[in-house]
Design a binder for this molecule. Sequence first.
Ligand SMILES: [Zn+2]
Length: 179
Amino acid sequence: MFTHIFVAGVFGKACGFFGMPARFWLLAAFCSVLPDVDIVGYYYFGIKYGSMFGHRGFFHSLFFAFLVSSVTALLAFPTIKRFSKKWWGIFGFFFMVIASHGFLDSMTDKGMGVGFFMPFDNTRYFMPWRPIYASPMSIQKFFSGAGIDVLVREIIWVWIPMLLIYSGVWWVRKRKRNG
Ligand SMILES: [Zn+2]
């Protein structure tokens, strides 16, 4: 979960979103973890993991990312001219933030794959390379030793590479500025 938020934050900075209102970053953090609302359905409404609306199903799909990023870009930033370059930038950013969630989940070692193309295609996908440990689905377990292991793996395989990429972007930008 922290990793999803972290990725959204670093990605936003790397894309050059500076001077955005706090609302922008709060929404980005919120959207980065939003796909996991399907856990509520799993625990409280008995929706099966493998079904369309189960965990890593529809809510982790690219279509869901498209829906939420459209709504966010249309409603949350009324001062930005719709369909202007900046508007598309915001739309694209939120789309990537939500899509990155499914992408990261598809690199985990356990559970089921991600239904990227739901509701059109029910196939669940994994990436060919899965270095991340699946996060325990219950909060108690998460804060036990298992959660720490997961976090350490995520720091190694996600946080550090993201920071390296970001430093690269930062360096290029700095060089450009200095001519
Ligand atoms: Zn997830």
